[in-house]
Design a protein around this ligand. Structure first.
Ligand SMILES: Nc1nc2c(ncn2[C@@H]2O[C@H](COP(=O)(O)OP(=O)(O)O)[C@@H](O)[C@H]2O)c(=O)[nH]1
Ligand SMILES: [Mg+2]
Length: 256
């Protein structure tokens, strides 16, 4: 799918790193996660993208930003979903001149201590995905029901969309700025977890070199998951609709 053989490709320097952490009611988690990122990758900057959390997460993030010039806060007007928060964060980061944009949950599931490995892999890739479902990847303290949903969602998306990715719903990722600029961010409408499928699929279709590296995903200890039936339903109908329409266009476009 890539225009040139990946081995022949040269990848430019990474540039400055921005770790984007979307938050909605993460008051117990925001300080520890920002501190862990700052300790694990001291050169990186952090952007907390808060959807006006009623529990005061945004104010706590402001306190962190006041003490540390490498911490920034994007205050959004209300809860609009993970996808919208990331898109706003990506735009902010690209405008501010960062070369690498990282996605990371606030709840500690994505361990900042693993970020150096993702960044190393990005030196010879356009997009790096932290993967639970390749050898070396694992989940800790996850209920079996969540594991089946995640594995099932990834397998369904992989087969239907024909993406060669094992963990396509995961949200621990590092993008080069050029990758985000080249995958048509302005057309992304997905709000919930299918946002992750959407971006990965777009990156593969655009011919970018996408690499999975194993991660250990640790279930949150504090605060509540924002996972809902609506989020699962959105992912199911959107992925199904994408799969059907891309297959239909392949059949129509096929030469006899
Ligand atoms: N800004 C923003 N962040 C969100 C929203 N929904 C979820 N998040 C954040 O996205 C991350 C992943 O959500 P989480 O509830 O842990 O999902 P789970 O790990 O699948 O159970 C966390 O940092 C949440 O605070 C939202 O609507 N807006
Ligand atoms: Mg979580």
């Amino acid at each position: 799918m890539t225009a040139v053989n990946d081995e022949q490709r040269t990848f430019g320097p990474l540039g400055r790193v921005l770790v984007i952490i979307p938050t909605y009611n993460e008051a117990e988690n925001v300080k520890p996660i920002v501190q862990r990122v700052r300790a694990a990758v001291p050169d990186a900057h952090v952007l907390v993208a808060d959807d006006n959390s009623p529990d005061g997460t945004g104010k706590l993030a402001d306190e962190l930003a006041a003490e540390d010039s490498q911490v920034h806060v994007l205050h959004r007007k209300g809860k609009e979903g993970l996808g919208a928060a990331y898109l706003a964060g990506f735009r902010w980061g690209i405008d501010e001149g960062y070369g690498v944009l990282v996605e990371m949950d606030a709840d500690g599931s994505h361990q900042p201590e693993e970020l150096p490995r993702l960044l190393t892999a990005l030196k010879s890739a356009d997009l790096v995905l932290g993967s639970r479902w390749i050898p070396g990847g694992r989940v800790v303290n996850w209920p079996k029901s969540r594991e089946y949903l995640s594995r099932g969602g990834s397998t369904y998306s992989r087969l239907l969309l024909d993406v060669p990715i094992h963990d396509v719903t995961g949200g621990y990722r590092a993008f080069r700025k050029e990758t985000l600029e080249g995958l048509g961010m302005s057309e992304v409408a997905s709000a919930g977890y299918c946002f992750q499928v959407d971006l990965a699929w777009r990156a593969v279709k655009a011919g970018f070199h996408v690499v999975e590296v194993p991660i250990t995903f640790v279930e949150r200890e504090r605060g509540d998951s924002k996972m809902s039936r609506n989020i699962v339903a959105e992912a199911l109908w959107r992925v199904t609709a994408w799969g059907v329409s891309s297959r239909a266009s392949k059949i129509v476009g096929r030469k006899p």
